[in-house]
Design a protein around this ligand. Structure first.
Ligand SMILES: Nc1nc2c(ncn2[C@@H]2O[C@H](COP(=O)(O)OP(=O)(O)OP(=O)(O)O)[C@@H](O)[C@H]2O)c(=O)[nH]1
Ligand SMILES: [Mg+2]
Length: 354
């Protein structure tokens, strides 16, 4: 596991990385983080229980890899919102790998665990996807249907980028909903970033133009643009995003450097249809998967990568300023499997002591 992956993993699991020694972490700050991530881990458990632990527990009941087990596993993946197509593909791959085993080897529990782990990692890609912001002035366009967490994500992302030494201006490009500007102002304050807003109902493209001009004159290197999620129909949405895109490209050749689609993980497969719709309107460079802290449908993480070919770049793990983490696929899959291991260990110790 990579160094970076270990870090992400340790944060989520409150310090426990598999195969690494318990490390003496920096005390005060780490303790605060630990209690926070312990809370997150408890919430993420919902995902793990459904996706991996449940699947593997079927194995424990049956004791061998046979057709009935594979069918039950497939069902389980579909219920965890991995998606029908991807679930069938995963199980087919397991089936083929099992067939190819030499007769001297058995498809036992460890075999299943390892192959399942590797296959999921192949699906989502092992490399942690990075934001690509190479220019003196970069634009991040944030899109998604209403309520998925765009505005909240912008606040968290602005905070993150500032902590990484970037300067950020937020463009309040959602002028459609009355309260949207006040909401993004609060997030700009929290993250300590400047905000450029117009009046309610103003043309979002003019807000974007002003934000870029402001960023240029102040030497700011990132502009994050909020957009409206509720525009009644696809034609309106398309018109508005196209206009915003035109202004951005005219002002900064090559921009937007990133166009991130915000998806609510708890909407499961519905999120996939949303992503397909947006893909037709704007070229997406990444996904932010929000509300992963409160869902049993984390399987959508695997589905989006496989079916849309777009990497998940960040995950939202709560409503606070710090609750956004860069997505690290290796750690994500490790976390799923370690939880299964821990559950298994505790259940076997319970049964042996009984
Ligand atoms: N638990 C949890 N809640 C989140 C997360 N991200 C956003 N939320 C909540 O989701 C709700 C909607 O978030 P917004 O940021 O307003 O969503 P939006 O996409 O900007 O919505 P519109 O402006 O209406 O299009 C708020 O109550 C947020 O606090 C997350 O990662 N975890
Ligand atoms: Mg919003």
């Amino acid at each position: 596991m990579s160094e970076q992956g270990g870090g992400w993993f340790r944060k989520i699991l409150g310090g426990k990385a598999p195969g690494t020694e318990a490390q003496a972490e920096k005390p005060a700050e780490e303790t605060v983080k630990k209690s926070f991530f312990a809370k997150v881990r408890d919430r993420l458990t919902k995902t793990k229980t459904t996706l991996i632990s449940q699947t593997l527990s079927i194995f424990r009941r049956r004791g061998k890899v046979d057709e009935a087990l594979l069918e039950e596993m497939e069902e389980c993946l579909i219920q965890a919102d991995v998606g029908v197509e991807t679930s069938i593909h995963l199980i087919d791959s397991i089936r083929q790998r099992a067939r190819k085993l030499p007769s001297s080897e058995e498809a036992d529990f460890e075999w299943l665990r390892k192959n399942f782990h590797d296959l999921i990692l192949e699906e989502i890609g092992a490399e942690p996807p990075q934001l690509h912001l190479p220019d003196p002035l970069n634009v991040i366009l944030i899109v998604g249907v209403n309520g998925t967490g765009k505005t909240t994500t912008i606040g968290k992302l602005a905070n993150r980028l500032r902590n990484e030494g970037r300067s950020v201006i937020i463009a309040a490009g959602d002028t459609f909903r009355a309260a949207a500007i006040d909401q993004i102002r609060i997030w700009a304050e929290r993250s300590g970033c400047e905000i450029i807003a117009g009046a309610d109902g103003a043309d979002p493209a003019s807000v974007v133009f002003n934000a870029i001009a402001g960023a240029r004159s102040r030497g700011v290197d990132v502009v994050i643009i909020d957009t409206a999620g509720r525009l009644h129909n696809k034609t309106n949405l398309m018109k508005e995003l196209e206009k915003i895109g035109r202004i951005i490209a005219r002002e900064i050749p090559g921009a937007p450097q990133e166009t991130l689609l915000v998806l609510d993980a708890s909407t499961g497969q519905n999120g996939l249809s949303q992503a397909k719709l947006f893909q037709e309107i704007v070229p997406l460079t990444g996904i932010v998967l929000t509300k992963l802290d409160g869902t049993a449908k984390g399987g959508v993480t695997i589905a989006v990568r496989k079916q849309l070919g777009i990497p998940v770049k960040y995950v939202g793990l709560g409503e606070g300023l710090e609750d956004l983490e860069p997505f690290d696929p290796g750690s994500f899959v490790d976390a799923l499997f370690v939880e299964a291991q821990e559950e298994e260990d505790s259940s076997s110790s319970t049964s042996s002591s009984a």
